[in-house]
Design a protein around this ligand. Structure first.
Ligand SMILES: [Zn+2]
Length: 317
């Protein structure tokens, strides 16, 4: 068993969030444009679904000079065709076309309501009943419930059915890969999922929809029906550890894949971003499809910018 370079035990940032430590610590020698931009170093980007600060800006999808031409798309299509064990890594950018808001963009959830971050911070959540009550009420109206998978999610399913996907690791908590039909056996939701519910005191787990039905029926802060404990969604909150088995499985897959295909992620969230150098160092090719630059663009065999929903289907073999 390999050591995970940024396992949950040593990846806590100063403020204790999962996986936030030292976004560029493993590449101190790379003088990357924008590396001094406070936004790109902000540990606050490291949370489920929030790793793509510009994902909410439609203009960001079409930078003038970077939109891939047919030749570049064809080159990547060939790389995909020649691969047989692909690790697909996805982030918020693949879900923005499904209408899932990002967290830190101009219209982001946290930009509009700075207090919202507290709803996903375990310490506040466990100790503040009023916060939980507001949190459940917001959850009832979560835009995720009306969101449909888009052509990007469907392209990942098609790639999977071609037999080429070794593992799909997503940083998204919206559950849209599974909704689209990705095989649950091949999906790791590394930051958890909004679609599940769990008890913080016992082993009970269930569907969030059942808990939300209880909220709609008048229970402002529904408790575990087994033990009376506080319930929460199965997303990984700030202050909680990532699931060790999921991390290990992702890291192992990075070491075994022949292509890492990073889609809609700024690759600034650790420990997930550590999968990229691990895969590249063990001989895998790297293709990045993202609206903005990432710290790994220089190491990539190809970088594509543009609409994920438009480009990803064109990469299918
Ligand atoms: Zn319980």
């Amino acid at each position: 068993m390999n050591d995970i370079p940024s396992s949950p035990d040593n990846s806590q940032s100063r403020d204790g969030r999962p996986g936030a430590a030292q976004p560029h610590a493993d590449r101190p020698d790379i003088d990357r444009p924008g590396a001094d931009d406070p936004d790109t170093r902000d540990p606050g980007v490291d949370r489920p679904g929030a790793d793509d600060p510009g994902a909410g800006d439609p203009d960001a999808y079409y930078p003038d000079d970077d939109y891939p031409g047919a030749e570049q798309v064809e080159e990547v299509r060939r790389i995909v065709e020649q691969s047989s064990r692909i690790l697909v890594l996805t982030g918020a950018g693949i879900s923005t076309e499904s209408g899932i808001p990002d967290f830190r963009g101009p219209n982001g959830v946290w930009t509009k309501d700075p207090d919202a971050e507290k709803y996903s911070t375990i310490e506040y959540y466990m100790n503040d009943e009023n916060l939980r009550i507001r949190g459940w009420s917001r959850r009832v109206d979560n835009p995720t419930w009306g969101a449909e998978p888009n052509t990007g999610h469907q392209a990942v399913v098609a790639l999977e059915r071609s037999g080429k996907v070794h593992l799909l690791v997503t940083q998204n908590v919206d559950g849209l890969h599974l909704e689209a039909g990705s095989d649950p056996e091949r999906v790791v939701e590394i930051h958890g999922s909004v679609r599940g519910a769990m008890c913080t005191s016992c082993v009970w787990r269930g569907e969030i929809s059942d808990v939300l039905d209880r909220v709609r029926a008048g229970e402002a802060d529904p408790r575990c029906e087994v033990c009376g404990g506080i319930l929460k969604s199965t997303t990984i909150f700030f202050g909680e550890q990532l699931v060790e088995a999921d991390l290990q499985r992702s890291y192992d897959a990075a070491g075994e894949c022949d292509l890492i295909l990073a889609v809609g992620t700024s690759l600034s969230v650790y420990p997930v971003a550590a999968l990229v150098p691990h895969a590249v160092n063990t001989g895998a090719k790297l293709v990045i499809l993202n609206a903005e630059e990432t710290p790994f663009d220089l190491q990539a065999d190809a970088v594509l910018r543009g609409s994920i929903g438009e480009i990803l289907p064109q990469l299918l073999p």
